[in-house]
Ligand binder design. Structure first.
Ligand code: PLP
Ligand code: SF4
Length: 339
């Protein structure tokens, strides 16, 4: 090994956010020690889950010690109850594979296509609907995807998803942006990301420069399920996006034990809005294997939305939806009419 290429790569400095990410918790014993779990609580943890543990330090620091009853613990720490099988919970609940147009591009809806930019994420969420997706991860080459966008002139928006698009390096993102820039009918670039919640340092100058140099309208949809996920650093990093005229919206998943109560959801909406972030969707859980313990009934979900409607500004109430494969959009779950 060696040679001129390796020498060149060695000269590229590793960005600060990547160094932070390398310190994530990946080993359950180390995390159990950090969280000071009692021997009994340790028995509830699933040591070697198929979808591996991956948790940024800053999120682990927010978790209460020696309990499993914590909204962040439940979202990120694998538990043995993930192994319980439950009727209706399947490997690929939203059938992404059947909407694959190229190796890394899905199109389900009119006007917008979604690129699976990478399989990597800042953190691993136990309820992730895409945890079993057979990602093509050999390269960060998007030639086929760009060609699809180019050829489909009815598209006007490209969604960068994954995994998490902010896992890409700035070099990879810049290249993808350069490709999109050459396609005049694409007017919007939308990011779906949870990165700023786990590693807000990712929104650094070099990344902001890529966004700033694009002629397209950029939109950020972050994914935050509990008000504790937002703090001063997270808010400040999102503010940097907002200062560039980038709208920031939030989507959340309704999760039993995490946010399925009036106070938490109201708090979440108020905290988001306080930081200039508009609640977009509240998703009903996608029925992925291992996530049955997170399910909340539609009746309860409707009650919670009704409560929000009666207690906060209209724009602070997210739309309650679920994904039904084959439908032309996410499917709204309407409130029952009274009487
Ligand atoms: C959810 C989703 C979108 C975005 O839908 P919106 O309702 O516009 O937020 C786009 N493409 C795919 C494949 C999706 O799963
Ligand atoms: S960040 Fe998003 S894609 Fe990644 S594991 Fe969590 S829910 Fe899944």
């Amino acid at each position: 090994m060696g040679g001129p290429m390796t020498a060149l790569l060695n000269k590229i400095p590793v960005p600060a956010w990547r160094q932070i990410q390398r310190k994530n918790f990946y080993y359950w014993e180390e995390l159990a020690d950090f969280l000071e779990l009692s021997p009994d609580l340790r028995k509830e943890v699933l040591p070697h889950p198929r979808f591996v543990l991956n948790l940024p330090r800053r999120l682990a620091e927010k978790i209460k010690k020696n309990t499993t009853d914590d909204p962040l613990f439940l979202q990120f720490v694998p538990l043995k109850k993930e192994l319980d099988s439950s009727p209706g919970f399947v490997s690929e609940p939203v059938q992404d594979s059947s909407f694959q147009k190229t190796k890394k591009l899905l199109q389900k809806y009119q006007g917008r296509a979604l690129i699976l930019t990478t399989s990597a994420c800042a953190m691993h969420c136990r309820f992730c609907f895409r945890q079993n997706f057979p990602y093509e991860t050999q390269t960060a080459d998007f030639a086929q995807e760009l060609q699809y966008l180019q050829q489909h002139t009815d598209l006007n928006e490209v969604i960068l998803s994954g995994g998490d698009p902010l896992s890409l390096t700035d070099g990879q993102l810049a290249q993808l942006f350069a490709g999109i820039e050459t396609i005049p009918h694409i007017k919007k670039i939308r990011f779906h990301t949870r990165f700023p919640i786990g590693i807000p340092e990712r929104i650094d100058n070099s990344f902001l420069q890529i966004l700033e140099s694009s002629s397209k309208q950029i939109i950020f949809i972050i994914h935050c399920n509990h008000p504790q996920e937002i703090d001063i650093d997270v808010a400040a990093s999102l503010k940097r996006l907002q200062k560039l005229g980038i709208p920031v919206l939030n989507q959340a998943v309704l999760l039993k034990g995490v946010n399925d109560n009036e106070k938490t959801l109201l708090d979440l909406s108020e905290t988001l809005v306080q930081n200039g972030i508009i609640p977009y969707y509240l998703h009903q859980l996608d029925l992925v294997e291992g996530a049955a313990h997170f399910a909340v009934s539609d009746e309860r979900a409707q009650e919670l939305i009704q409560f929000l409607q009666e207690n906060t500004s209209g724009f602070a109430v997210p739309r309650l939806v679920r994904e039904v494969p084959g439908q032309p959009s996410k499917s709204p779950i309407p409130l029952p009419s009274c009487g």
